[in-house]
Write a protein that binds this ligand. Structure first.
Ligand code: SF4
Length: 313
C-alpha cells in the first residue's frame, strides 16, 4: 500500500518572498497544488500543481547558467579545461533545445513534473521566440566567460573532497534542508566548501544585483551553523554576480546574524497565522479566500498562477 505523502510546513527564502508579495501565491504553491499529481485530484488542484511546475525564460537561463559553470568547474578539476563556448554547446544548448521543444509540444500535459512548460508559451506572451532564445544564449555565454575569468581562479585549488555535498532538487528526493526551532527550512547553497575550520559558501547569480541576496545568504549561514556547527565568524559568504562580473564577499557579525534570524522567525510566525489553529504540525491551510490576493496588480502580470486568480482580479 502506498503511504500518503504529508504536506509538511516549511520555510525557505523564496517561499517567504512569495508570501510577502502575495499570500495567495504562497497558498497555490504550497497548499492549493497539494495532491495535484494524483489522477483523481480535482481540476483546480491539478491546475495549481501544473502551474507551480512552470518556469519562465529567466528561470531557464539561471538553470542553464548554473549547469554550464558547474561543467566548467568539473572539467577544470579533472585537468581537462573547456571554454565557455564548448561548455555552452555541451550543456546549455541541448538543455535549452529540449525544454523549448517540450514546452512547445505541450508535453507537460502528460507529466508536468517531467516536462518543461514555459510561461511565455502557456500564456502566449512570448512574442519573438528567436530573440528570446538569442538573449538567453548571450547571457549564459557571458556569465560563463565571467565565471572562467573571475571566479574559477579563486576556487580552482579547492580539492573536490573539501566540497560539501548538497542535495539539489534535480537529484530527486527531498532537497537540502535543516530543522531550526522545530521548523523545516529548505536551504540549497549553490557551492560550499571547507577550508580548515572555515566554511565558504558561494551563490551564483545570473540575473541582476539585488539587496535581498544578502538576506538569502544569511539563510545559508544558518545552514552551516545548524548542519555543520560552524560558528558565524568562520562562515564566509560570496554572492557571485556572473553577468556583471562582480562578487560581493561578506561575513555577518553576530548582531547582523541575530537580526536575520529574528526576521526568519517573524516570517515563520506570519505564515503560521494562515494555518488552522496556527498549528504547523497539522499544517492545514485556512480556506483559500483567507489568503489575500496581491496588493499590487503588477504582481499578477507575470505570475504563473494568473489563470487560477483571474476570475477574482
Ligand atoms: S495572479 Fe496575482 S493574486 Fe494570483 S497568485 Fe499571482 S500574484 Fe497572487
Amino acid at each position: 500500500m502506498m503511504t500518503k505523502l504529508k504536506n509538511t510546513f516549511s520555510w525557505s527564502f523564496s517561499a517567504a518572498a512569495d508570501f510577502d508579495e502575495c499570500r495567495r501565491r504562497r497558498y497555490w504553491s504550497k497548499y492549493g497544488m497539494w495532491g495535484g499529481w494524483e489522477r483523481g485530484a480535482d481540476e483546480m488542484t491539478k491546475a495549481a500543481y501544473r502551474l507551480n511546475k512552470m518556469t519562465n525564460r529567466w528561470g531557464l537561463m539561471g538553470v542553464a547558467t548554473e549547469e554550464t559553470i558547474m561543467r566548467v568547474l568539473r572539467q577544470h578539476q579533472a585537468g581537462n579545461p573547456i571554454t565557455a563556448d564548448e561548455a555552452y554547446e555541451a550543456v546549455a544548448r541541448p538543455f535549452l533545445i529540449r525544454c523549448w521543444k517540450e514546452s512547445r509540444a505541450k508535453a507537460w500535459q502528460k507529466n508536468p513534473k517531467q516536462f518543461c512548460c514555459l510561461q511565455g508559451h502557456y500564456y502566449g506572451t512570448m512574442e519573438d521566440e528567436k530573440s528570446a532564445i538569442g538573449a538567453i544564449r548571450k547571457q549564459v555565454l557571458h556569465c560563463t566567460a565571467n565565471f572562467i575569468d573571475n571566479v574559477l581562479p579563486r576556487i580552482e585549488q579547492i580539492p573536490f573532497e573539501q566540497e560539501m555535498r548538497i542535495q539539489t532538487p534535480d537529484m530527486g528526493g527531498d532537497p537540502e534542508n535543516i530543522t531550526w526551532n522545530g521548523v523545516k527550512m529548505y536551504v540549497i547553497p549553490d557551492y560550499a566548501y571547507r577550508r580548515g575550520n572555515q566554511m565558504h559558501i558561494h551563490d551564483w547569480k545570473a540575473g541582476k544585483i539585488k539587496k535581498a541576496h544578502r538576506e538569502q545568504l544569511a539563510g545559508y549561514a544558518l545552514w552551516a551553523e545548524v548542519k555543520y556547527h560552524v560558528p558565524i565568524e568562520n562562515i564566509f559568504l560570496y554572492v557571485e554576480y556572473l553577468n556583471e562580473g562582480q562578487v560581493l564577499p561578506f561575513q555577518l557579525t553576530k548582531e547582523e546574524f541575530d537580526g536575520q534570524k529574528a526576521r526568519i522567525e517573524a516570517s515563520v510566525a506570519e505564515m503560521s497565522e494562515y494555518l488552522a489553529d496556527f498549528d504547523r504540525k497539522k499544517n492545514e491551510p485556512l480556506p483559500k479566500e483567507e489568503w489575500e490576493l496581491a496588493a499590487d496588480p503588477n504582481s499578477c502580470k507575470y505570475c504563473k498562477f494568473y489563470e487560477l486568480c483571474k476570475g477574482e482580479l
